[in-house]
Write a new protein. Structure first.
Length: 423
């Protein structure tokens, strides 16, 4: 029982007892003295009034205390709700931290942009429950955006890779150009959007490189907290893209000849080993062609090394153009070049070599000599060897192609020679 309720009961009982005593006394004296009876009656009424007043006062205190306790309960309830809300926010933050940790772990070991972006899109769609997502990157030459990676779930059709958007147009174009994120379809009053989307810029050193966008075909699916999450993800993705590009550049430099931009000898040796292994396993032919520029020392001695470099770069570009899609060209050393053509028979390799010879012979090379602009023509000699006709291993193929090249040079240069059958 509440303390005030017990107090009310005590007061009521005491007043009732006093009233009963006085009433009995009044009856006892009523017969002997009317005045005494009236006096006792007045006392009974006074006690009753006093009891009633005390009850009223105690009742007021009881009500006040009840109100005070209600207020205290309300404050405790509010505090409890705030604690629950705080707990919910902590859980959400923890989930975000786990999400970011997972993303960072996923992309830490990835060195190419495509794999990196695929991992990011897979995780952001899963975490936000998005139906689709894509990353668009800036094409520096064209000045527009193109889809580098896209993902769709629940049988949605992914945005085709390579799709383009003009800079500053549409949501992706505007976000990339302005550097400001967009949150659409929050479900708040006054919004009529039928989809929810978040689009954030991708930036490196205050320069825009594209945007990241996630979509859901229902309004009210994303919040400002989600926008903050995707914005942070965009920052991490931008840094990861930069790292992947730098790694790719370093890797490319390690396998590329710096002057001609063709593959270097180390990379060529590895590729030839791989291609020959597949040819041996699958039973198809493979050809190696070696070539060098005729009288190249005379070019350097007569026109200078700058003009010699111009000729080397020019010949390399012609080889790259003619061999595209057919063979891998590389600079083998000095003025020597080499090509490997998988799944190619000897006659087809000979035809390519002859086309190269004619193309180089018909090209005028223009460059700076020691004193003035120079124009000259050069020729090349080529030797071709085939697997399994000329040799059965990598070293044997290169040696037989080099021997055929030597024969072409000894035979008068500016010609193609084929390696004979293996002995």
């Amino acid at each position: 029982m509440h303390p005030l309720a017990a107090r009310l009961k005590t007061i009521s009982a005491a007043a009732s007892g006093a009233a009963v005593v006085l009433a009995v006394g009044a009856l006892a004296f009523a017969g002997s003295s009317p005045n005494v009876a009236r006096l006792l009656a007045l006392l009974v009424m006074g006690v009753a009034l006093f009891a009633a007043r005390m009850i009223v006062v105690a009742s007021g205190q009881f009500v006040d205390e009840i109100e005070t306790q209600k207020e205290e309960f309300g404050r405790a309830r509010s505090k409890q709700m705030a604690t629950l809300q705080e707990s919910k926010e902590l859980r959400e933050r923890w989930a975000q931290m786990e999400f970011f940790s997972g993303v960072l772990k996923a992309v830490a070991s990835l060195r190419d942009v495509d794999s990196l972006l695929d991992a990011v899109l897979e995780r952001v769609t899963g975490f936000l429950g998005a139906q689709s997502a894509f990353v668009m990157l800036l094409d520096p030459e064209e000045g527009d955006l193109y889809v580098e990676s896209s993902l769709a779930v629940d049988d949605e059709e992914a945005l085709p890779k390579g799709s383009r958007v003009k800079w500053g147009e549409g949501i992706p174009g505007r976000v990339a150009a302005s550097g400001k994120p967009v949150l659409q379809g929050t479900g708040t009053a006054g919004q009529a959007e039928k989809i929810s989307l978040i689009c954030v810029p991708l930036r490196i050193e205050n320069q825009s490189i594209g945007c990241l966008m996630v979509e859901q075909k229902k309004a009210g699916q994303f919040s400002k907290v989600d926008l903050e999450l995707v914005s942070l993800l965009g920052q991490e993705t931008s840094l990861a893209i930069e790292r992947a590009r730098l790694y790719s550049q370093m890797e490319q430099m390690s396998i590329t000849d710096p002057l001609t931009k063709l593959s270097n000898r180390r990379y060529f040796d590895n590729r030839l080993t791989e291609d020959l292994s597949r040819a041996q396993k699958n039973g198809y032919s493979l050809c190696v062609t070696m070539l060098d520029i005729d009288h190249f020392k005379k070019v350097n001695d007569t026109y200078g090394h700058a003009m010699g470099d111009t000729v080397l770069k020019g010949v390399a570009e012609l080889i790259r153009r003619e061999a595209r899609g057919t063979a891998l060209p590389a600079r083998y050393g000095g003025e020597e070049f080499i090509l490997v053509a998988p799944e190619t028979k000897l006659e087809a390799a000979r035809a390519l070599a002859e086309k190269l010879r004619q193309t180089v012979e018909g090209t005028e090379f223009v460059g700076e000599g020691e004193n003035e602009t120079q124009k000259l023509h050069v020729t090349i000699s080529l030797g071709v060897a085939a697997f399994p006709d000329s040799a059965n291993d990598k070293d044997g193929l290169v040696k037989r192609a080099d021997q055929a090249l030597y024969e072409a040079k000894e035979g008068g240069r500016n010609q193609v020679r084929l390696a004979g059958a293996a002995t």
